[in-house]
Design a protein. Structure first.
Length: 149
């Protein structure tokens, strides 16, 4: 089996009300990149785990990890990353809504700058409008300045 280009890492804790919309936004990504969707449930009690199981039964690209313990998003995103097979990792929270070309745009920026890491802004309540090709993009010379040292 060929490894996917992109692994979406979806962390989920009690997101049943919006999770279907998040997964639909991931599936609607343009650009034709092959993908997998690695969902990690963090001990949800609202039916999120059952929803994920039903989605995985319908979509062979979707895998579900996690257990009944609530361990927090950092542990769960690391768990998803360890299970991922894609060349690129795209973290997504269980209630995020991606514009339809988000992944395509990020990958284009990575190729343009020959960057091993790209990230975009997170905004709640986005419309389904695509990111314009002219959207601001800048090269960060020290990406670790955003990290604790």
């Amino acid at each position: 089996m060929t490894a996917p280009q992109v692994s979406y890492l979806v962390t989920v804790f009690n997101k049943a009300a919006v999770l279907g919309e998040t997964l639909a936004a991931i599936r609607a990504q343009s650009g034709g990149a092959s993908c997998e969707i690695v969902c990690v449930d963090d001990g949800s009690t609202d039916g999120s785990r059952a929803l994920l199981a039903a989605e995985a039964a319908r979509d062979p690209r979707l895998r579900v990890l996690g257990d009944a313990a609530n361990r927090g998003p950092a542990i769960r995103i690391n768990q998803a990353a360890q299970a991922a097979r894609g060349a690129w990792l795209h973290p997504v929270d269980g209630d995020d809504l991606l514009p339809p070309n988000a992944t395509q745009w990020l990958m284009a920026q990575a190729r343009r700058c020959d960057a091993p890491l790209v990230f975009g802004r997170a905004t709640r309540g986005l419309s389904d409008a695509p990111i314009p090709d002219s959207a601001e993009s800048r090269r960060v010379t020290d990406p670790l300045r955003f990290a604790a040292r």
